[in-house]
Every structure is written in C-alpha cells, then in structure tokens.
Design a protein around this ligand. Structure first.
Ligand SMILES: [Mn+2]
Length: 405
C-alpha cells in the first residue's frame, strides 16, 4: 500500500490530470483563482493573479503593476508612475528616509480595498483610464551624494521624457483638442516620487526643468528648506552645501523655480524655528510665499486653499510634500518632526482643494519608517496623501485649449 499511495500522485501529475481515481482529493481542491472578497482587481487586465487580496502578495504602491521602467521594460508606456528615490544622506537630524519608498508602499496596500473611489473628488483614479504603474526605485548610491543626486535626476528625467500611454483627451467642456502645457511642447507622463529625504527635490526639479522650464512649486513643509548653505550645515564642502535644508536655495539660484510677482511659489505648514528673521528675508529672495501652519486656526483650510490658488493661478505646478507638514501626532516617522502641525485630515482637505490645477509631477519625502508606530500611522498618512494627489491628477489632464488666433 505504501507503494501505491506514494507513486500514484506522481503518475497523476505526469498525466497532466487530477481526476484519475481521485474523487476525494478533487472535493478538497479550493479554486485558486477565487479572489472576489474583499478585493476585486481594480486594474483592467490585472485580474488573472491568484492571491491578490490587499494584504497578500508582493507590495507595490497601491498594488499597482510593477514595471521595471528603468531597466528591462523601458518600452512599457504609462501615464503616471510611482518611483522610489531611497536617499537619506542629506538629512540633518534623524536618518532613515531611504526606507521611505518601501514604507509608503506598505502603507498604501489598503488604498484599493474597496476599489479606490474618492468620494469628495468624485473620481476613481485607478479606473480613470490612465495607466498607473509602480516603476520600483531609482538605483541610488548611499556612499556619494553628488553621484546619487545625478542618479536621481537621470532616473526621473528618463521616465519624464517617455511617451505617455494615453494621448491628451479633448477638453471636457468645449470638446476642443488639448495641447501640452510643457515648455518643450510635448505631452509628458507624470511621476510621483517616493522619497527619500528632501534633498531629492533638487535633482527632481532639474529634471522637471528639462520639460517645463521654471516651474511654480507648491511646497508643504514645516521647514523653509531655502536656507543658505552657510546657515544650514555651514557648507564645509561643495557636497555638504547641498542637503535637505538648502536644496530650494540651489533650485532658486539655478533658475528652476518660477519667481516674480505673478508666479510666486507658496510654502504651506511652515512652523520651524529660525536662525533669525534673516531666514525669512532669504526665503523671500528665493521666490516663496509662506503660509504658516498656525494660519489654519484663523483662516482654516478654505483660506489656505484660496491663498495657494491665488499664488499659482493656472500655471503648471510641481507639488512637493514633506510628511513633516503633518503633526507628529499623526505622522511621527520623519527626519525632523515639528509639533504644532496640521492633522492628516487637514492636509488631505487642502490637497483636494488643488482640484483642477495642472500638477505636472509630485513627491512625498522625509518618511522614515523606523520611527513609526506599529500601526503604520506615518506610512499610511503618506499613502493617503498621495491618493488625493493621484485623484487630482486623474481629473485634470496636462493640457490646455489652444488659443485661437
Ligand atoms: Mn523639507
């Protein structure tokens, strides 16, 4: 009998059928393609996998398809790509944001648990017809900041200049064809970068410049990040002068940010202490308008949204979100936490208030998961914040109606 029980299954396998003389076994066989609850595949064509509950499987942002965009799948087009930049050697206090991309992806698993429909914005960004992918991480060396910063620029730029999966649609109001809003006249896909410490925004803006020229930046942060290198870090070397407190100083000097009275650039959620009032003078010179975190007590989220929209108008904007704009009560896992910040709800409301703006690309930075709670508060907050950004992007194509001469 031993002979029979051990050999027969082998024989069955080799015949390619499971039904020969094994009725009992058949009854116990569970259907491996049964995935209906709680998750139904949100992405068209992605419903053939077997174990795709939100808590199962391999983790990408919102469980989007992983495409190796920078290596062997360069020909796979997309409309919005999530891209990690695991760099944290520009931090001044707590390191650890190199684990940000992995942490944010873990915090994002639940985004499509019920399908992903955004109630206040009335859109499901996962079913909007745009092709969303997770491109994995840019290879970033932890040993040489100058080299790493170049890697980040190159990685981002390569994706930014791919031809998008979807063509620009016609204007939803007039039916007129839309034309690109970029400076180079081309329609570009969007990249949502998962930091990484805030230093990464310098190479990201260099990449953005290659398509859009000087750009308005909406910057949510408890800190200014426009500090002069002599003030922030003391600039003992050229490399040390570029860090997560000075990258906007450099971006401004390089002409990457749209300055001037008509297109200034707002910071939101500012509440850091300063080296002195001169820091604000320097910040003004970098072209930023400040919204202090505490203004939420007087003008509320609506007032803050109004200020931002007034400042950027209908110009293309780049959106950079430091997770430390949220209070550490809600998002403790960050490099330089500052109390007195906004709640996760308030930041999400303000982001939804950007509905209709042309957000050409975005990032979330300074998520350092090692300092998080076991409940994944910070990485969840980061993922949910990006869900709002994604929803705003999905609603507004990067096009404008051509001017009639
Ligand atoms: Mn910052």
């Amino acid at each position: 009998m031993i002979f029979k029980s051990k050999l027969l299954p082998l024989l069955v396998l080799s015949l390619g059928t499971a039904s020969v003389g094994h009725d009992d076994h058949d009854k116990d066989q569970m259907p491996l393609d049964y995935v209906r609850f709680p998750y139904e595949a949100a992405y068209p064509g992605d419903d053939s996998v077997t174990a795709d509950a939100v808590f199962a499987g391999i983790t990408t942002f919102a469980k989007l398809p992983w495409v190796q965009c920078l290596t062997k799948e360069k020909n796979v087009p997309f409309d919005i790509a999530f891209l990690g930049a695991p760099f944290d050697t520009g931090t001044s206090y707590r390191p650890g944001a190199r684990f940000g991309p992995a942490g944010i992806r873990a915090g994002s698993r639940r985004l499509t648990l019920y399908g992903g429909y955004n109630v206040p914005l009335e859109v499901n960004p996962f079913l909007s017809g745009l092709k969303l992918v997770d491109c994995g991480d840019i290879p970033v060396t932890p040993y040489d900041n100058a080299y790493a910063i170049q890697q980040i620029e190159n990685g981002h730029r390569e994706l930014l200049h791919r031809t998008p999966f979807s063509a620009l649609p016609n204007d939803s109001l007039t039916g007129a064809p839309l034309e690109p809003i970029s400076k180079d006249g081309k329609h570009h896909p969007r990249v949502i970068t998962l930091g990484g410490d805030h230093t990464i925004v310098l190479p990201l803006l260099r990449s953005i410049y290659s398509a859009y020229g000087p750009i308005s930046v909406i910057h949510f942060d408890s800190h200014l990040d426009t500090w002069k290198p002599s003030v922030f870090g003391g600039a003992p070397s050229e490399r040390a002068a570029i860090n997560h407190g000075t990258y906007f100083y450099w971006a401004s000097r390089e002409g990457l940010i749209a300055n001037g009275s008509s297109i200034a650039t707002p910071h939101g959620a500012i509440r850091t202490t300063l080296s002195g009032p001169a820091d604000y003078v320097n910040d003004d010179e970098s072209g930023f308008q400040r919204i202090e975190a505490r203004e939420i007590d007087t003008i509320g989220t609506a007032g803050i949204i109004e200020k931002i929209r007034k400042t950027v108008g209908d110009k293309p904007v780049y959106l950079s979100i430091d997770i430390d704009s949220i209070d550490p009560a809600f998002a403790p896992a960050t490099g330089t936490p500052e109390t007195g910040g906004w709640s996760t709800r308030e930041l999400r409301t303000i982001l939804r208030g950007l509905d209709g703006l042309h957000i050409v690309s975005a990032d979330i930075v300074e998520v350092a998961p090692a300092y998080d709670t076991n409940a994944e508060l910070t990485t969840m907050a980061a993922a949910d914040v990006l869900f709002e950004v994604l929803s705003v992007m999905a609603k507004t194509p990067l096009g404008k109606v051509a001017k009639v001469n």
